[in-house]
Design a protein around this ligand. Structure first.
Ligand SMILES: C[S@@+](CC[C@H](N)C(=O)[O-])C[C@H]1O[C@@H](n2cnc3c(N)ncnc32)[C@H](O)[C@@H]1O
Length: 661
């Protein structure tokens, strides 16, 4: 990596010769410049339509089209106040702003920069909204706000009031962005200030689409060797923003050689965690904040590329292998388990006689059924565990995807020919076998635990397990945390999903590697599933059975979770996660605080709410989630309450998203 790999711009307050400014910045390896749209020589007359032709700025021929479209961020005149209380000023400035926007539209700039200096920006939002609506290829809008509002700082710090004045620039931005319906073409640019707000306030910015951080040269001091450097606190802010893909803009008087600032920014950039050191970071590269529709491996047949991706996980199969090994040891230690092959009567279907298909092996074998075996990685993990524990195993791989069955059968012929492995094609819920398993192993987990219908599949296959047999996994739980993320919310609104309909998209779960989000409160548990599952009990406390004699389970759930809000924010939905006890102490988790290091198989879930909710410090967020089941499908519904605000019930009757049984 070199300096030219980072995106760092240099701001010019005035650009008497734009070409010369750009040449200088590129010469020092800056990637772009921020330059005023209006050339200083051409300050405009106060009265529009004076008959003067053109001439409010320079000709677009001073730069090549490519430079305009890749190297220039156009700064709109900062003095324009289209929300002024004075009508004549407001109108005049509106005319000037429209003139500048129209000119930018013709240049095709990658971004234009405007400043917010207070909280009243409705007219500005309205003008930008119509700019975006009237433009085929609108530039991104970079909205500059100070990290700290120095005016309020002065007023309040003396009286040692609460921290609320610190919040103001975030409010300006957040209200402005809300007016624009969280348009993803609009991002924020933070101007670093000498005083920094608290960590909580800084973290809240990480949920916002921070496009760039402006680092004023006045914040640098000179180190012993004569180079400009930032204080440790400022370094941390810049690095954390860069981790969230923010670009840097160097602004202000040159107190040092201009190339030294870039060299310093490059050194900070090198401190970002290296994807090569973290499998999840390198795997997720390019997928940040990209929404995907959750897989439905039960209703659909996965393709070979999806299996390929699963099988690259360096951790998941290792954890399974350890869990299986432990289960084999425990069963081996408990000799009775091996002989205890009692068969549950399955009423309707004739059991398939496995002995006909089985290779004869000497001694007793522990029967391990891999349910939903895919292309066989859990069969491999079982055989490895058997080798490690020196145990005889007979592996029965059940799989309903015909393409995966082809791969399994080939492996039995070619790789596992000396092992006792057989493949049973079919749906585990309707498979009836003469032998029963000591251990069933499955991985039917979605990013929210049960959302790939593991409970329904495993309950349907309960007749394959001996009484007292072991299920790996044994327990899985789903979790949520309320989050602020205008970016994910805006992406969900317009995502190309199963419905392509804004209302339905916001009633759908999305799989996403969330980068631009801020947790409003901690992660809490929602639903739990255990296997083997207990059946429902009747009024006499007796476990009920279904028509096949299997425990009659109920996988509907509802759960209400509450959080105290610690800081004003806007809630856009929930981050969703799961963790899972495989067997004994072996776990896998994607819950942020307990995430299995290096495990890449699952990105989290984003659960949006239809209308973002403003939440204030001291409020209680209460959310209820329902897992609903009918004969054909499973779906979630959810509702959120904050004070006297309440959302509608999301996804009522599964009208927008469902998982098919
Ligand atoms: C998430 S994949 C896991 C595959 C493999 N065990 C792995 O870890 O790579 C789930 C697999 O279970 C299969 N599956 C899902 N529901 C099933 C069912 N009811 N009966 C049989 N196979 C099922 C799918 O076809 C898919 O191959």
């Amino acid at each position: 990596m070199t300096q030219s790999d980072i995106s760092c711009g240099l701001e010019y307050v005035i650009t008497p010769d734009l070409q010369a400014c750009l040449t200088e910045a590129l010469h020092y390896n800056y990637s772009f410049i921020v330059a005023p749209i209006v050339h200083p020589r051409f300050r405009r007359h106060h009265v529009m339509n004076t008959g003067k032709i053109g001439g409010f700025t320079r000709s677009d021929m001073v730069l090549s089209p490519q430079d305009w479209t890749t190297r220039i961020v156009g700064r709109l005149s900062p003095y324009l106040n289209v929300d002024s209380d004075v009508p004549v000023v407001r109108q005049r400035h509106e005319d000037c702003l429209n003139e500048e926007l129209a000119y930018c539209r013709g240049l095709g700039l990658p971004a234009i920069m405007i400043s917010l200096t207070g909280k009243n920006n409705n007219n500005l939002a309205r003008i930008l909204q119509s700019y975006h609506e009237n433009c085929h290829h609108p530039s991104l809008v970079w909205v500059q706000v100070p990290m700290v509002d120095s005016r309020s700082l002065k007023t309040y710090s003396e009286t040692d009031e609460s921290e609320s004045p610190w919040n103001e620039p975030w409010y300006w931005w957040s209200k402005f962005h809300e007016r624009l319906d969280y348009d993803k073409k609009v991002g924020v640019v933070l101007e670093l200030s000498a005083d920094l707000p608290s960590k909580e306030i800084l973290n809240r910015w990480l949920g916002e689409p921070v496009k760039a951080v402006i680092v004023p040269t006045s914040l640098f001091h000179t180190n012993k060797k004569g180079y400009p450097v930032l204080s440790r606190a400022h370094q941390e802010v810049v690095v954390s923003m860069m981790e969230h893909e923010a670009q840097i803009v160097v602004r202000g008087a040159r107190r040092s050689n201009v190339e030294f600032y870039l060299q310093y920014v490059y050194r900070l950039w090198q401190r970002k965690p290296n994807p090569a050191d973290d499998p999840m970071l390198s795997y997720a590269r390019g997928w940040e904040d990209y929404l995907q529709v959750p897989l439905q491996p039960l209703a659909d047949n996965l393709d070979t590329h999806t299996y390929n991706v699963f099988e690259k996980d360096p951790v998941k199969y290792d954890q399974y292998q350890k869990a299986i090994a432990q289960a084999l040891i425990d069963i081996g230690n408990n000799e009775g388990g091996l002989n205890n092959i009692s068969e549950l009567p399955l009423k309707d279907t004739k059991p398939l006689d496995l002995d006909k298909n089985t290779k004869k092996i000497s001694g007793k074998s522990i029967i391990v059924m891999v349910l939903g075996a895919g292309r066989g990685p859990l069969v491999r993990a079982t055989l490895n565990a058997a080798d490690i524990t020196n145990t005889n195993v007979k592996v029965i791989a059940v799989e309903k995807n015909p393409c995966a069955v082809v791969v399994l059968a080939a492996q039995v012929r070619e790789i596992w020919k000396d092992r006792d492995v057989i493949v049973i094609p079919g749906d585990m819920r309707y498979t009836n076998l003469s032998s029963k398993a000591d251990i069933i192993v499955s991985e039917l987990l979605g990013s929210w635990g049960d959302n790939e219908l593991s409970p329904e599949c495993l309950d349907g296959a309960a007749g394959l397990l001996k009484p007292g047999g072991i299920s790996i996994p044994s327990v899985y739980k789903s979790y949520v945390a309320p989050i602020s993320s205008p970016r994910l919310w805006a992406a969900a609104k317009v995502a190309v999903g199963p419905t392509n309909n804004k209302d339905k998209n916001l009633e759908t779960l999305w799989v996403v590697y969330m980068q631009s989000k801020h947790d409003i409160a901690e992660t809490k548990m929602v639903f739990t599933f255990e296997h083997p599952a207990n059946g429902k009990t009747d009024h006499e406390g007796q476990e009920m059975a279904d028509y096949r004699g299997l425990p009659l389970t109920d996988n509907r759930r509802s759960s209400t979770v509450s959080w105290k809000v610690e800081q004003d924010n806007v809630m856009h939905g929930f981050g969703g996660y799961f963790d899972c006890s495989l067997y004994g102490k072996e776990m896998i988790s994607i819950v942020p605080t307990t995430h299995s290091p290096g495990m890449i198989s699952w990105f989290p879930i984003f659960i949006p709410i239809k209308t973002p909710l403003r939440v204030q410090k001291g409020d209680t967020i209460t959310a209820t989630f329902w897992r609903c089941v009918d004969s054909r499908r499973v779906w979630y519904e959810w509702i959120v309450e904050v004070g006297n605000q309440v959302t509608p019930i999301h996804n009522c009757n599964g009208r927008s998203s469902e998982m098919l049984l």
